[in-house]
Ligand binder design. Structure first.
Ligand code: HEM
Length: 501
């Protein structure tokens, strides 16, 4: 009998049975792992709903109850298995990509099928150029980046004489500074200064994150429909194409006329992507270049903006750090100018930024992976293929057994540790380990963290030596806002004034 002749009530009963069967199947496969929240069929959806706005509380509850083991939380259509201890985290780090897949997790959380295309990571050459060219050239291009920082900051903090001004929407403004600064290395001048260009990159990032989460709220058969109505990522990729098209065409023309290494060849992300993709003899399509430019902008801007906003909040809330930080920055710059070697001398600033990220990271969880085959942790627990797994990074960063007075902001926590014999590099901002997961860990640890750290140092150091920063009377650091596993700084105004000489 054709489906359309069924009564609606019959269809509802069938849908209900399918849901229950699926629930029991998934539940059974992970029966041995304890759960947080409701576990009864259908009630799990209440926990999945709570996860949307209260993921931090749910994960903290699981961490407190089940550390050092595993626990699970129901999402709409999956269970998420969480690893709480450094040993289990090490198991995830060591697992090969064909066992615990980072790419599958990317596809799941961002629903890339409906936004950038599931083939985007088959050859993720954008990651390779970040690891190689972008990182290698940080020192020699620092002047350019600093030039952009100074101009961009002046554009958002419009102080006159020595009086205080009140700045609202700090995170948005910082987003513009980071978009402009990072794009100095991604597309160069003048496009990096184009506000419309910043906007499409910032809008892409928002759409990529929110539509991924929205699509994940619906069962598989409804996902294409939700994506059709909700996702705007493809529109933003098309706008990106319009912006880069003249650059790409001009560069291709010169390459043909003057050879592969013509004089004056731009040295930016777009050029590296064109070169890297062309290695196999094929020219990448404009669409392919544009979606990668969007992805890298997304990875760079939203994260660094969040970290920078938190750092400013921590400065305003902890005024006692300002003078020691200024002293350190000014001494380093007096000796070496605004160079990479000066940044490397700023241990206190580096520590302040690392501590700020420890206290208020961008994610409640990191090292998200999908098991492609059954995987057994070192404590003997096995998860079946298809399981989503991640680490409880925020809870771990607030664990008193790992960090003394973990809930207290101690800006020089890491610079003090670096003074100990043999510990100089272990506690740097960019160092990753099983107890510091802000940049992930292992072969998929953030490849852009070296660039992000120097950009953050430049922005925060410049603000510190140029301005006084305070909260308006009675205000302090606002609580973070959570959207599923992502975490955003709360909104509060900041007061700025030109630093009195
Ligand atoms: C403070 C700023 C940043 C933070 C906190 C951050 C954090 C992270 C985290 C947690 C991951 C996932 C690691 C894992 O799953 O193990 C990641 C991956 C990634 N990040 Fe960053 N990131 C930042 C800045 C940047 C920048 C500036 C870029 C680009 C220039 C970038 C590019 C990437 C890319 C391409 C990946 C995917 C790597 C892979 O899958 O192998 N990130 N980042």
């Amino acid at each position: 009998m054709p489906l359309l002749t069924y009564e609606p009530s019959t269809l509802l009963i069938i849908a209900f049975c399918v849901l229950i069967t699926e629930f029991i199947r998934r539940r059974y496969l992970l029966w041995h792992i304890p759960s947080v929240g409701f576990t009864a069929p259908l009630l799990t959806y209440l926990t999945a709903l709570k996860f949307q706005r209260g993921s931090d509380q749910l994960i903290q509850e699981g961490y407190d109850k089940y550390k050092p083991g595993l626990f699970k939380i129901p999402l709409w259509d999956h269970w998420l298995v969480m690893a709480t201890s450094p040993q289990l985290i090490e198991d995830i780090r060591k697992a090969t990509d064909d066992t615990l897949s980072n790419h599958e997790a990317f596809h799941y959380f961002f629903q890339s099928k409906y936004s950038v295309g599931e083939d985007v990571l088959d050859n993720n050459y954008h990651t390779r150029v970040i690891q190689a060219q972008l990182t290698r050239q940080i020192a020699v291009t620092l002047d350019d980046v600093r030039e952009e920082v100074v101009m961009a900051v002046a554009g958002i903090i419009a102080v006159k004489d020595g009086s205080w001004i009140r700045v609202s929407g700090v995170e948005k403004l910082i987003g513009r500074v980071i978009a402009r600064t990072s794009n100095r290395r991604f597309v160069g001048v003048p496009l990096c200064r184009n506000k419309e260009y910043h906007k499409i990159n910032i809008d892409f990032a928002a759409s990529f994150v929110y539509s991924g989460k929205m699509i994940n709220n619906f069962p598989s058969f409804m996902k294409p429909l939700v994506a059709f109505f909700y996702s705007r990522t493809k529109t933003h990729i098309h706008s990106q194409m319009k912006f880069i098209q003249p650059l790409v065409e001009e560069r291709r023309r010169k390459q043909k006329e003057l050879g592969i290494n013509w004089q004056g060849k731009p040295d930016d992300l777009l050029m590296w992507l064109m070169d890297e993709a062309g290695v196999k003899g094929e020219e990448p399509t404009l669409w392919d270049l544009a979606r990668r430019m969007c992805i890298v902008n997304f990875a760079a801007i939203s994260t660094t903006t969040t970290s920078c906003t938190h750092a400013l909040y921590h400065i305003a809330a902890n005024r006692e750090y300002v003078e020691p930080l200024r002293k350190e920055i000014e001494a380093a710059v007096a000796a070496d100018g605004w160079t990479k070697s000066a940044l490397l001398k700023m241990h206190k600033l580096d520590s302040f930024l690392r501590e700020s990220q420890r206290m208020r990271g961008i994610h409640v969880l990191t090292l998200k992976r999908v098991a492609l085959k059954p995987f057994t942790f070192s404590d003997g627990t096995t998860i079946p293929a298809g399981t989503l797994v991640a680490c409880t990074s925020r809870a771990l960063h607030h664990d008193n057994e790992i960090y003394s007075d973990a809930d207290e902001f101690n800006g020089f926590r890491f610079s003090s540790l670096r003074e100990k014999e043999g510990q100089n590099t272990k506690h740097q901002m960019v160092a990753v380990d099983r107890e510091y997961l802000a940049f992930g860990l292992g072969r998929h640890a953030c490849p852009g963290r070296f660039f992000a750290a120097s950009m953050l140092q430049l922005v925060v150091a410049h603000i510190l030596v140029t301005y006084d920063v305070e909260f308006p009377d009675g205000q302090s650091i606002p609580s973070d806002t959570f959207l599923a596993e992502s975490c955003f700084p709360g909104e509060v105004d900041l007061l700025f004034r030109k630093r009195p000489i």
